[in-house]
Structures are given as structure tokens and as C-alpha cells.
Design a protein around this ligand. Structure first.
Ligand code: GLN
Length: 235
């Protein structure tokens, strides 16, 4: 009967893909990061309640949303026209560009995508970094299909770069810079893509979409957005 389960209608489940510091990662067994704090603050501004976080590989998030296993994606996901064919996004909450990571202290020092010609390149499956590799390296004939390796998670790509099994990784700049702080890799160069991250929702979830967009505006207004930024981007 209606009314008895009314509270549950406002419970939402979020999905993310840890391994993308500082946006989402596991620390001491706990899921933490900018996106985690931001979505929780944003949902607090709404009538909804965040019941649970589920973890996926990045390229499984859109299918999980489409089949209703989750209600919202919070995974530093760039708003793209291609993704908007299958899901909807809130207003943007973060701007980013791409970067190219190389091994620290090696002699390979590319300054532009053309310099990756005939190199072994990696990215994470389903990302905009992978789209750059496909469209600007493979389709342009700079590298062959075989010279590209797609990883389930950027963490594995960084491990292979450290070991010299890859020459370069294409990755969102804030995350590339964070890997460069903690691992034996460095940012060779960055290039502008003008990406904007949004929270993903189902195409027919316009109430949730509007509530979350209004919530983003509210946390910007209240100063919480700046506090969360300082927490995760303080260095
Ligand atoms: N922003 C990039 C994208 O949307 C990477 C996101 C990620 O790897 N979590 O594809």
C-alpha cells in the first residue's frame, strides 16, 4: 500500500570506481575521496538519503546505472555526448584536462601527443583518456592497436609504467598529478580537453537529477565545496 514504503523511495545507492585518487580510493579499508565527500554533502541538501556505496570497475558503472543496480554514479565521470545517449548528468562539479604520465627519471620526455609515436601506451577502459588514445593516436596512425593496452584500473597501468612495460599513460590531470606524488611516475605534459565531471543518473530520473544539481549549487554557496576541495587537494 502506498505510504508504508514511502521512505524507501528516497533511498539512493551510489556507485563509484576506487583507484582514482583523490576522487575515490580505498584507505585503511574505507572508501574515501573528493567525490565521496561531495556526493554525501550534496545529498544532504536534498530530500534523498544515501543508503549505500557500491564499488565497480569504471567501465561497469554505466551498465550498473542502466540496469538499476545503482541510482547515481560519482566517479570523476566526464560529461560527454556519447554517455548522454544512455544516461543523464547533473550540472558539472569539477573541471579537468588530460595528462601524459611517464616513468620518473627515464629518458623519454614527450612534450606532445605526436611524441608518443610508436610507443607503448596505456589507459583505463571506458575513459576519456582511452578515447584520446583511440582517436588521436591509433586513428591518426601514430601507434598501432597492439601498442595500446587497456586496463580495468589505472592503478595497474601505473604499476606497469613503473616497471617499464609501458612508455606512457593518458589520464585525467588531477589524478596523474596525484600518482606522480606517490609513485615512480611523472607528468610529462598536460593538454587541454575542457572536461567537466558530473554525477550520472538514469535518463528518466529527472527529479533526482534536479535535486542533485540544486544540491551542488547549495554546497558551492555554503562553502562546503571549498572545504572538501581543500581536504583532498591541499598539496
Ligand atoms: N574523467 C574520465 C572519464 O570520465 C576518467 C574517469 C575515471 O577514470 N574515473 O572517462
Amino acid at each position: 500500500s502506498d505510504g508504508s514504503d514511502g521512505g524507501d523511495d528516497n533511498q539512493i545507492i551510489a556507485g563509484t570506481a576506487p583507484g582514482f585518487e583523490p576522487f575515490e580510493m580505498t584507505r585503511d579499508g574505507e572508501l574515501v575521496g573528493f567525490d565521496i565527500d561531495l556526493l554525501e554533502a550534496v545529498v544532504d541538501e536534498t530530500e534523498y538519503e544515501l543508503a549505500e556505496w557500491n564499488e565497480y570497475e569504471f567501465d561497469s558503472l554505466i551498465p550498473a546505472l542502466e540496469n538499476g543496480n545503482i541510482d547515481v554514479i560519482a566517479a570523476a565521470m566526464t560529461i560527454t555526448e556519447e554517455r548522454q545517449q544512455s544516461i543523464a548528468f547533473t550540472e558539472p562539479y569539477y573541471s579537468a584536462n588530460q595528462s601524459v604520465l611517464v616513468q620518473s627519471g627515464g629518458d623519454f620526455a614527450p612534450e606532445a601527443l605526436e611524441d608518443l609515436e610508436d610507443r607503448e601506451v596505456g589507459a583505463q577502459s571506458g575513459t576519456t583518456g582511452e578515447t584520446v588514445v583511440q582517436e588521436q593516436l591509433i586513428d591518426e596512425g601514430l601507434i598501432s592497436d597492439d601498442q595500446y593496452t587497456s586496463y580495468d584500473n589505472y592503478v595497474y597501468a601505473v604499476q606497469e609504467l613503473e616497471r617499464g612495460l609501458l612508455d606512457a599513460i593518458v589520464i585525467d590531470e588531477p589524478v596523474g598529478a596525484t600518482f606522480a606524488d606517490s609513485r615512480d611516475v611523472e607528468v610529462a605534459f598536460t593538454f587541454e580537453t575542457g572536461e567537466e565531471y558530473g554525477f550520472g543518473v538514469q535518463q528518466d530520473a529527472s527529479d533526482l537529477q534536479t535535486a542533485l544539481s540544486d544540491g551542488i549549487a547549495a554546497v558551492r554557496e555554503s562553502g562546503q565545496y571549498d572545504e572538501i576541495t581543500q581536504t583532498w587537494f591541499d598539496s
